[in-house]
Design a protein around this ligand. Structure first.
Ligand SMILES: [Zn+2]
Length: 448
């Protein structure tokens, strides 16, 4: 990569990116109803190039969207004989307003007026401005720290600094210039996530892009007034998806059974599974999502203290429950001592995966510890019967011991299966998938 890229260079052709694996990196669900998305742009047009599709899709799903633009982009044509920086600033603010109106009329962008090209000198100001505005925010989107533009990097650094106090907010960063100067090997592939855009999202993004006339068209025929965004650069922003870089996954301590044993040593029920209304309600929702009254054989890795195991035991001929923590296993074994059809074993997934077939696999609050999701996906697939049902349920907020986000776990596990239930809340995701395409009404004779 080169920090000294030139927008006039030929750059990396879009065909190179289309031939890469970009279109198949993990897909994530964007902000939904009740979520609050804050988009930080360094210059007028970053918000559109990097995140217009996400903004349109989020607003359409009922998320609240705010857009903050750090500079007015007044330095885009320093040698223009026709447009002063002040005039450009005025035009570019108007372009962002029009672009955001094209995405959703409720979005009124806020401009901070920091000096274009000098955001690096104002990271502290930007951080102090952002901090109180993250209250209630669920998603923060900024330029990518390695985009090789100093203003983009400065915005990313301010966003990262402010996130230190609110780790539960998801921080996604969008590359812009990296598509131009970079090559596939320059990207942090394990941290890339994808948002697929509907045709409507894409049309809105295109309409928003059209608004940035000072950037995609010459200001005049005079030298110094050339377009900034040539067609070969714009080609990177017409994809059916947008790509974001997420924060580095935390190292998961799963391989260390001691970690969980210590958790249980501090508290017999570290997550309040028995006492918290939140946990009881979530279990009820999970059980209500099971598409059949009876199952032949269930597997529940990460069974913790066995509360869900006990409920599954009522509906399954056989249950295999496992956990890595000794204390948890003892509690589960005690709780289920009078249910001989329940087996409790010590084991850690995905390494200790049983060599059996199950028509029900329940992964509740366990997938985000997996360092390598593809191994977990393979194990689940290979042990699910042709009529098998997979139930997956995970906390959506960040936690220091999670190697994966709930979104990443669910999107990896659901691929190729038939959806029965999707339940999305601010706090957790619940998905029920089946190997078979039929519905509950069909299976139970309600529908012929
Ligand atoms: Zn920019």
């Amino acid at each position: 990569m080169s920090a000294a890229f030139d927008h006039r260079d030929a750059g990396t052709p879009e065909s190179v990116w289309r031939a890469s694996e970009l279109g198949s990196v993990l897909e994530v669900a964007g902000p939904g109803p009740g979520d609050r998305l804050l988009v930080l742009a360094a210059h007028p047009d970053d918000e559109t190039l990097g995140a217009a599709g996400l903004i349109a899709a989020s607003a359409a799903r009922g998320a609240h969207v705010r857009v903050i633009v750090a500079t007015d982009g007044e330095a885009s044509h320093p040698n223009s004989p026709t447009h002063s920086p002040a005039h450009l600033a005025q035009l570019r603010r108007a372009e962002v307003r029009a672009a955001m109106a094209a995405l959703d009329p409720s979005i009124i962008p806020v401009f901070l007026g920091l000096p274009d090209g000098h955001v690096t000198e104002h990271v502290g100001t930007l951080t102090r401005y952002l901090a109180p505005r993250l209250d209630g925010c669920t998603h923060l989107v900024s330029p990518w720290v390695e985009d090789a533009h100093p203003d983009h990097e400065a915005c990313a650094r301010a966003a990262t600094a402010v996130m230190e106090n609110v780790p539960e907010i998801q921080h996604w960063q969008f590359p812009i210039w990296a598509w131009h100067w970079g090559e596939p090997s320059d990207l942090p592939w394990s941290r890339l996530r994808r948002i697929d855009l509907s045709l409507d999202d894409l049309a809105r993004k295109q309409a928003a892009l059209d608004c940035h006339r000072t950037q995609h068209s010459p200001l005049s025929a005079a030298p110094g007034d050339e377009a900034m965004l040539a067609d070969h650069v714009l080609a990177h922003f017409s994809r059916r998806y947008e790509t974001f870089v997420v924060a580095a996954p935390n190292p998961a301590p799963v391989s260390d059974a001691r970690y969980f044993d210590e958790l249980y040593a501090k508290a017999a029920d570290p997550w309040g599974l028995a006492d918290r209304f939140y946990e009881r309600r979530k279990r009820t929702l999970l059980l209500a999502g099971l598409p059949r009254e009876r199952f032949r054989s269930a597997f529940e890795p990460g069974c913790a203290t066995g509360l869900l195991t006990a409920a599954l035991a009522e509906r399954c001929d056989r249950v295999l429950a496992c956990d890595v923590a000794e204390v948890a296993l003892r509690q589960t074994a005690q709780r289920l001592a009078d249910r001989p059809h329940v087996t409790v074993e010590r084991g850690q997934i995905p390494d200790d995966w049983p060599a059996q077939q199950f028509d029900l696999i329940v992964l509740s609050e366990v997938g985000y510890y997996a360092r390598d999701l593809s191994v977990l996906v393979d194990r689940v697939r290979s042990s699910l019967t042709p009529d098998g049902v997979l139930v997956v349920c995970h906390w959506r907020h960040a936690a220091p011991d999670h190697a994966q986000t709930a979104e990443a776990v669910h999107s990896a596990l659901g691929g190729g299966l038939h959806r029965i239930v999707t339940h999305v809340e601010a706090d957790f995701l619940l998905d029920v998938w089946s190997n078979s395409p039929s519905s509950v009404a069909t299976d139970t004779g309600v529908l012929e």
